[in-house]
Design a protein. Structure first.
Length: 94
């Protein structure tokens, strides 16, 4: 099975659809809104990276008690965006 990084680096339209299907399947067990820690575990990106992306407007979020909460649909849209595909510094979960 391919890692998130390997899926993200596939360039064809068919592969993009497979990546979208992969992400949809991988995110099914999660609620509709994720904490940064949950998004980090899911994606393999460091929580500071996700927080920076939220703060810089790359990922839509809302703040509850000082913590960023990310709608799952917004995270999926971001992961499928060209910005994420060009970002190669993933810390993949073991």
């Amino acid at each position: 099975m391919l890692t998130l990084r390997e899926w993200a680096n596939l360039d064809t339209a068919k592969s993009r659809k497979k990546f979208q299907d992969f992400l949809t399947l991988k995110t099914q067990p999660y609620s509709d809104v994720l904490s940064v820690a949950e998004a980090s575990r899911l994606t393999g990106y460091h929580h500071n990276t996700l927080t920076n992306w939220c703060h810089n407007g790359y990922i839509r979020y809302f703040e509850i008690s000082g913590g960023y909460m990310i709608p799952k649909s917004c995270l999926l849209n971001f992961l499928l965006s060209p910005h994420t595909v060009s970002y190669t510094h993933l810390t993949l979960p073991t």
